[in-house]
Design a protein around this ligand. Structure first.
Ligand code: PXG
Length: 459
C-alpha cells in the first residue's frame, strides 16, 4: 500500500478530481476537502493527521466487533489462497457459504432455515422483493404483488431499495419507482403521537395504518409488509411495544407476508442475534448485511422463512435471480469467523444484560437533561438524541437539521464520531464498547452539546 507517499492535501485533491461519493453534495465537499480516515483499532478510527476519534457509528452501523481483528484478515487470506472465487450457479457450491448457511439457520428464529446471498443490503432487499412476488405467483396469486412500506424507511439505494424505502429526497431523484409499493405512517411517537395519546395507543394506531392500506388495496392484492424493526437511517425510531405484535396480527389476518429489514439490527445490535427475537415476531424474510462480516467484507444474507422456502423448493422451477458474488467464498469465510468471535466473546449477551442497559441509563442520566435535548431513546446499543430549541414545546432550530449538524461537528472535533439525521443524533457503536467506553462517549457528547449550545445561542 503506497498511500503513505501522498500528503493529506494530495489525497484530498485526487479525491476531489476523480471520486464521486455516496449521498454527497460534491460542490460542497470538494470545497472543504474530504476527511480521510487511514486506519483504525478497537473502537477508534484515525484520520490522516493521526487524530483519534471514538467511532460511535461502528463505521456505518456495521463494525460490530470493532477494528483491527487479525483473525478476520487471516480468514480472508487463507480463503483467498485456497479458493478466492467460485460461483454458486449451475448446481455448484463452495464450502464457506454452505457452512455459513448452517450457522445462520442455527442463530435465526426457528422457522427461518434458508439463506440467499448478495453483497449488500440493497441487493438483499431486491432479492426479497422478487422472492415474495415470485412466491405469490407460485401460489397462483399473480395479482397479490403490492408491498406496504413506511415513510422515512431506508431499504437501500438501488432502484428496488429506493422504491421500497420512504425517503422523499431519494424518490424525487428516482423519478419513477418500482410500481405497486405504498408507504404508510411511521411509528414515531415523539413527533406523531397526538396530545395525550399514550405510547401504547399510538403504536396501535400506527399499526392500524397498515391495515387501512391492506383494506384499501384489497387483501388479495397485497403481497407483503416490509419494515425495519427500528428505523435506522430514518433516525433510530423505536416503535412502542404495542406496534410490532399488532402489525404481525394484521399481516396474519389478511395473509400478508412479513418482511423484516434487519440490515442494521441484525447480529446482536438489540441484544439478541436478530431484533425479530427481541420483538418476539416471526417474519417470513429477514434482510441482513453489514454486521454479518462486521463490515470487513461486503456480504448480505436474505434469511428466508420455511413458508416461502418450502413453496420455492416444492413447486420447483428456476428462480431467475442471482449475483456473480452470491455466496462469495472469501466474504463467507470472514462472516463465519466474525460470528465465531461474537459468540466467543459473548457480545450479544453483553449487549442484552450489561452494556445495553448501561447505555440506556447513561443517556438518560447524562444526556437527557441537557437544554438542547428533547428526548433520548435506545434499544441495545442503538440510540438517538433529539435536538430541540425548546424542550417543553419540542420546537426545533431553523433551518431544519442545522442544529444537529452543529452538534455533530463539535462532537467530531472533540473525538466523537456520530451521525446527524434531520434533527436527531444517532449512535450505533461497536458491540465491543464497555461501560468505560460508554462513559467516554457521554463525556464527549456532553461537551459537544455545551459547545453547540453556546454557538447556537449566538446565531
Ligand atoms: N436496509 C437498511 C435497514 C439499511 O440501513 C440498507 C438496507 C442497504 O444496505 P447497503 O449495504 O446496500 O447500503 C441499509 C443501509 C445512513 C446510512 O446514512 C445507512 C445505510 C447505508 C448508508 C447510509 O445511516 N443503511
Amino acid at each position: 500500500m503506497t498511500y503513505q507517499n501522498y500528503s493529506l492535501k494530495q489525497l484530498q485533491q485526487i479525491d476531489a478530481a476523480h471520486h464521486l461519493h455516496p449521498f454527497t453534495d460534491h460542490k460542497e465537499m470538494r470545497g472543504a476537502g474530504s476527511r480521510i480516515i487511514t486506519h483504525a483499532n478497537g473502537p477508534f478510527i484515525y484520520d490522516s493527521e493521526g487524530t483519534e476519534i471514538l467511532d460511535g457509528m461502528a463505521g456505518l452501523w456495521c463494525v460490530n466487533i470493532g477494528y483491527g481483528r487479525d483473525e478476520l484478515a487471516e480468514a480472508a487470506y487463507a480463503q483467498m489462497k485456497e479458493l478466492p472465487y467460485y460461483n454458486s450457479f449451475f448446481k455448484c457450491s463452495t464450502p464457506t457459504p454452505v457452512l455459513l448457511s448452517k450457522k445462520l439457520a442455527e442463530i435465526a428464529p426457528k422457522h427461518v432455515n434458508q439463506v440467499f446471498y448478495g453483497s449488500s443490503g440493497s441487493e438483499a432487499n431486491d432479492t426479497a422483493l422478487r422472492l415474495v412476488r415470485h412466491y405469490w405467483v407460485l401460489e397462483g396469486q399473480q395479482e397479490k404483488n403490492r408491498i406496504i412500506s413506511r415513510k422515512m424507511a431506508y431499504h437501500g439505494s438501488t432502484v428496488a431499495g429506493t422504491s421500497l424505502g420512504g425517503m422523499d429526497g431519494m424518490h424525487k431523484q428516482l423519478n419513477g419507482a418500482v410500481p405497486n409499493i405504498v408507504h404508510v405512517m411511521m411509528p414515531y411517537a415523539y413527533e406523531l403521537a397526538l396530545p395525550g395519546e399514550s405510547d401504547h395507543d399510538f403504536g396501535l394506531r400506527a399499526a392500524g395504518a397498515v391495515e387501512e392500506a391492506i383494506l384499501e388495496a384489497g387483501a388479495d392484492k397485497v403481497a407483503a409488509f416490509i419494515g425495519e424493526p427500528v428505523m435506522g437511517a430514518g433516525g433510530v425510531k423505536i416503535p412502542p411495544a404495542s406496534y410490532w405484535p399488532e402489525v404481525q396480527r394484521i399481516c396474519r389476518k389478511y395473509d400478508v407476508l412479513l418482511m423484516l429489514d434487519e440490515v442494521i439490527t441484525g447480529y446482536g445490535r438489540t441484544g439478541e442475534w436478530f431484533a425479530a427475537q427481541t420483538l418476539g415476531i416471526e417474519p417470513d424474510t429477514i434482510t441482513t448485511a453489514k454486521a454479518l462480516t462486521s463490515g470487513y467484507q461486503p456480504l448480505s444474507a436474505l434469511l428466508v422463512g420455511d413458508r416461502i422456502a418450502s413453496t420455492l423448493v416444492e413447486k420447483g422451477g428456476e428462480f431467475n435471480h442471482g449475483y456473480t458474488y452470491s455466496g462469495h467464498p472469501v466474504a463467507c469465510a470472514v462472516a463465519l469467523k466474525n460470528l465465531e468471535i461474537i459468540e466467543r466473546e459473548g457480545l450479544v449477551d453483553r449487549v442484552r444484560n450489561d452494556t445495553g442497559p448501561y447505555f440506556a441509563k447513561a443517556l438518560q442520566e447524562r444526556i437527557a437533561g441537557h437544554d438542547l435535548v428533547g428526548e433520548v431513546r435506545s434499544i441495545g446499543l442503538m440510540g438517538a438524541i433529539e435536538i430541540v430549541k425548546d424542550k417543553a414545546t419540542k420546537e426545533r432550530f431553523l433551518p431544519a437539521g442545522s442544529a444537529a449538524v452543529t452538534v455533530r461537528d463539535y462532537a467530531i472535533a472533540n473525538g466523537m464520531m456520530l451521525r446527524a439525521t434531520g434533527d436527531t443524533m444517532i449512535l450505533s457503536p461497536p458491540l465491543i464498547w464497555t461501560r468505560d467506553t460508554i462513559d467516554m462517549a457521554c463525556d464527549r457528547i456532553s461537551k459537544a452539546l455545551d459547545l453547540a449550545q453556546a454557538d447556537l445561542s449566538k446565531r
